[in-house]
Design a protein around this ligand. Structure first.
Ligand SMILES: [Zn+2]
Length: 197
């Protein structure tokens, strides 16, 4: 029998799937945003409930050990970018979220909050900077007019390069399943050969 629930760790929603198994100890694994928890038959429900938040946090932190951009860094960056605007938009908070699958970010001038796709944590800082500039510029221009892009490039000169980077990421994400195995293999390093000379 298995049951599931969601926990929120550092602003990331995780689904916890609990399975009773013949194991000695609680055993947790992270697959994407799902925590698979194997629980020994003798463990009580309270023991399991008590262990979940800490286990989820540990797994997530471990998975993110190599992350580049932390929330507080993104916040500091966003305030810096905002200050470059002729009329600086107010930035009161930055949150990485997993609920914006098809977009890189959004900005609410009502709350002063920038919401960023959690994937951006792992991307170079100059890409994050361009997304922040883009979203903040929408507080001035709604659409993607010439004046919108002129403003974005003014507050973030690396914008065109970052857009090309993000287009490549989107292309790969959308094409990965359709790529023939040979081409796919060319894109990932062979284990043990990560540092070709
Ligand atoms: Zn836009």
């Amino acid at each position: 029998m298995s049951d599931s629930r969601t926990v929120s760790v550092d602003g990331i929603e995780l689904t916890v799937v609990i399975q009773r198994k013949r194991v000695k100890n609680l055993n947790a694994r992270l697959h994407g945003t799902t925590v698979k928890l194997s629980v020994p038959y003798h463990a009580t429900r309270e023991e399991v409930e008590r262990a979940i938040p800490e286990l989820a946090r540990t797994l997530l932190r471990r998975a993110r050990a190599s992350r580049v951009n932390r929330e507080e860094d993104a916040f500091a960056l966003a305030r810096k970018v905002a200050a470059r605007f002729p009329r600086p938009p107010e930035v009161r908070g930055v949150a990485f979220v997993t609920t914006q699958r098809s977009r890189w970010g959004s900005y609410s001038s009502a709350t002063g909050t920038i919401r960023l796709n959690a994937v951006l944590r792992q991307m170079p800082r100059w890409v994050l900077e361009a997304v922040v500039a883009h979203e903040l510029a929408h507080a001035v221009h709604l659409g993607h007019s010439d004046s919108f892009w002129a403003l974005v490039r003014r507050v973030c000169p690396g914008t065109d390069r970052a857009n090309a980077f993000l287009e490549g990421v989107s292309w790969l994400a959308g094409s990965w399943q359709r790529l023939p195995p040979v081409e796919r293999a060319l894109l990932v390093p062979t284990p043990g050969e990560e540092d070709p000379v």
